[in-house]
Design a binder for this molecule. Sequence first.
Ligand code: ADP
Ligand code: ASP
Ligand code: MG
Length: 405
Amino acid sequence: MALRVQKYGGTSVGSLERIRHVARRIAGARRAGHDVVVVVSAMSGETDRLLSLGRELSSHAPEREMDVLVASGEQVSAALLCIALSDLGVEAVSLLGHQARIETDSVHTKARIARVDDQRLREALVAGRVVVVAGFQGTDAQGNITTLGRGGSDTSAVAIAAAVGAEVCEIYTDVEGVFTADPGVCPTARKVSHISYEEMLELSALGAKVLQPRSVELAMKYGVKVHVRSSFSEAEGTMVTGEEEALESVVVAGVTCDRDAAKVTLRSVPDQPGVCAAIFEPLAEENISVDMIIQNVAVDGTTDLTFTVSRGDLERTREVAARIAGELDSDLLGFDEDVVKVSIVGLGMRSHAGVAAKMFRLLATEGINIEAISTSEIKTSCLIRAKYAELAVRVLHDGFGLGGP
Ligand code: ADP
Ligand code: ASP
Ligand code: MG
């Protein structure tokens, strides 16, 4: 008898019919003798609906209250799933974040899990119940409700799997696994049977929304086996595991696109020591993560500086950047949201030369201009005009031979 964590995403619990279907699946796992902890997302579209209600009332809605508001979506699906399970004669109990003792820091709307006290989960399992935990939510040390950022139920599931020592953490979603590119964008994308934590972490961080990046980080840290699969079929999905077990050792494992980037340009910045620190320290103090950074060669003692931030941080970046520009006597500020970041990811890039050059050539062949580049050991990213996003993904995917033999 094994202990499994099963996470069902928004589409998988998107209607009463689908909730019934999920309940039957869980009942099957119980009949096979498994203990099951289930983590649920809100019904599809619900988190967006709740967010827009709050934002309609105020453009400065307190983040604490936004968390109380959006966390309710997962409360509804947890209760509905327990009702469906009880209707099938399966004993189940729902637990909200605080009841499952998911302790987080106090950074509302993007809190990080600090600890999961598994005592209550275990008690329910020992009593022979299926435990259905509301994903995406926790509480801070003061008992305030927090949420874990979009896609955060994946992280709830992996954190719980680590805490209870589950044999596997199954992430049930609306596609059959992890693909070589978003199957909704790239018709030739293929499901991969295995992928390493490192590659998955990069793919997630660079826009593949199938797993929240933090969930992969936790899985890697605690060695949780993650199985991404479809709730609509019995097919095997993708195992996210350690490098040695990730069989498909290829140069490029996947192509992805991040639509969340915004470009900020400061012109006529003094070219002297301490200027970069003066620009990026205030951003860091505001908890704004900066991604790509480009500084030009100086002309006349001044230079241009371009960097990217996430679109959600753009308003706050505007305020900070305006202040900095004033202090540095910098010329002009440019803000550009009409950009996306396309990336190729693969462990094989460590040992193969010319991969980035090939990426640039493939984009050039389609007349796509590259506005910024960033690289690490296992990825190369290019900032391009947003209108080319899908074309770029398809061209890179097929250009690197990911479409098939
Ligand atoms: P859930 O609601 O189950 O959490 P998400 O919408 O968060 O589902 O994530 C699944 C979606 O991720 C898929 O429908 C797919 O469009 C998208 N996606 C993006 N990149 C990939 C990829 N490389 N492999 C699989 N799915 C991807
Ligand atoms: N419901 C939340 C969201 O839509 C969390 C999740 O689905 O993982 O982002
Ligand atoms: Mg998701």
